[in-house]
Write a protein that binds this ligand. Structure first.
Ligand SMILES: [Zn+2]
Length: 402
């Protein structure tokens, strides 16, 4: 289909250039837990003017803020990133801290990590010799955990509500934050307000130019949380329009789970004058089209295998309520089989319901005969380990794409 046939007036104007017309690349649908503040789906679009790609969601920044305050998956330190409690996550944080230490020579520089989770990066920055460190996280529990680090200040908050008492910083770290933010321009204006003159920002996000090279599960990157899809070109366009001058950028491959490489990009930018300089991002759209094509193929294979595996069962329980599950509930054989319960190890999800079925803790499963679907690719090893540990005799079904 020619692009002009997919043009739409965006519900959410381009977060980089504010243009309101975009091309629809794909449409994502989700089944979400009851009372979930986000919508049931959105179009992934590409700005007709600057080429940036993003989720055209009708949800407001306030909806997102509420969501992150109440649904934090980062409180579950065992399976989430940002805590540094696992060897693979600690390695990622150590590498980022080393990189920041090479960029910022002054060990007395006052640095804040916005979206600090449980303070894993701050702990590694301490190892690098930085002495004046702060953290900010929308989850009260995460802020509390971070304050346990010696001489680290931490507050509950986020990009759109940095507490005034935090004061000013020499450097602001936004590691895997900007892909979650609906109103990027106002968020970066807020960042400027809290920077000392000449201060810097370190922004790291997934690298949408390389999504197609890393597909652990279909449409993994088009989820309810990641609503901006950056290339380095678009990141630089955004920063320049928000009065930052990019001074150093690059790409890297990080681990999002054990043996699960993930593409990321990073930019260091200093406060500067506003600039109209903008490079049209032509390549991003084609990279995403390839990602969408491969994801659709993978989803179709997964669904064929799932339909086969579910044959002969009249009910199942589903272990895992992550992004893949939310998608499979609408777009696979899972949409038609009765699900009696969902199991999730994250306390933030337990007690809620999904498609009318309760979400329970792993230890609370009473039914020893119902088949368990391991509904995750990324966390499948840790789920299988839990099933063994709890001595559950239930038959298990795993998602396969082969
Ligand atoms: Zn744009």
């Amino acid at each position: 289909m020619a692009d002009h046939e997919n043009l739409k007036a965006a519900l959410r104007p381009c977060p980089v250039c504010d243009y309101a017309e975009a091309t629809v690349l794909d449409t994502q649908r989700f089944i979400l837990p009851e009372n979930h503040p986000l919508g049931t789906g959105y179009d992934v679009v590409c700005c007709s003017s600057c080429g940036f790609a993003y989720a055209d969601t009708a949800a407001s920044q306030a909806d997102y803020d509420r969501f992150y305050a109440s649904h934090s998956k980062y409180q579950d330190a065992r399976t989430s990133t940002g805590s540094g409690l696992t060897a693979w996550d600690a390695e990622r944080l150590r590498e980022t801290a080393g990189q920041i230490a090479r960029f910022e020579g002054n060990r007395d520089a006052r640095i804040v990590d916005i979206g600090c989770a449980n303070g894993g990066l701050l702990a590694e920055l301490q190892v690098q010799g930085f002495s004046t460190l702060c953290g900010l996280d929308p989850s009260e529990a995460c802020a509390r955990h971070t304050r346990l680090l010696p001489e680290v200040e931490a507050w509950e908050g986020g990009l759109s509500k940095i507490p005034v008492e935090a004061g000013r910083f020499d450097g602001i770290v936004l590691s895997h934050v900007l892909e979650h933010v609906r109103d990027l321009q106002s968020a970066l204006a807020e960042v400027r307000r809290f920077l000392q003159p000449g201060g810097w920002v370190y922004a790291e996000t997934p690298d949408a130019m390389r999504y197609a090279e890393f597909i652990p599960s279909p449409f993994q990157d088009f989820n309810t949380e990641h609503i901006n899809h950056f290339s380095t070109t678009s990141m630089n366009n955004l920063l320049r329009s928000c009065e930052f001058e990019p001074v150093n950028c690059g790409t890297k491959t990080i681990l999002s789970a054990p043996d699960m490489p993930y593409p990321a990009l990073f930019v260091y930018a200093r406060m500067a004058q506003a600039s109209d300089e903008r490079q049209s991002d032509q390549a991003l759209r084609e990279s995403l089209r390839e990602y969408i094509r491969l994801s659709r193929q993978l989803l179709a294979r997964m669904n064929d295998n799932l339909a086969l595996a579910l044959r002969g069962y009249d009910r199942i329980v589903v272990w895992g309520t992550g992004q893949l599950t939310l998608k499979l509930l609408t777009e696979s054989a899972l949409s038609s089989i009765p699900i009696t319960q969902f199991i999730d190890s994250n306390p933030a999800n337990q007690g809620r319901t999904l498609r009318g079925a309760p979400i329970i803790a792993p230890g609370d499963l009473q039914d020893r005969t119902v088949p368990i679907l391991v509904a995750s690719t990324i966390n499948a090893p840790s789920i299988r380990e839990d099933i063994r540990r709890l001595n559950l005799p239930n038959p298990t079904i795993t998602l396969s794409t082969h």
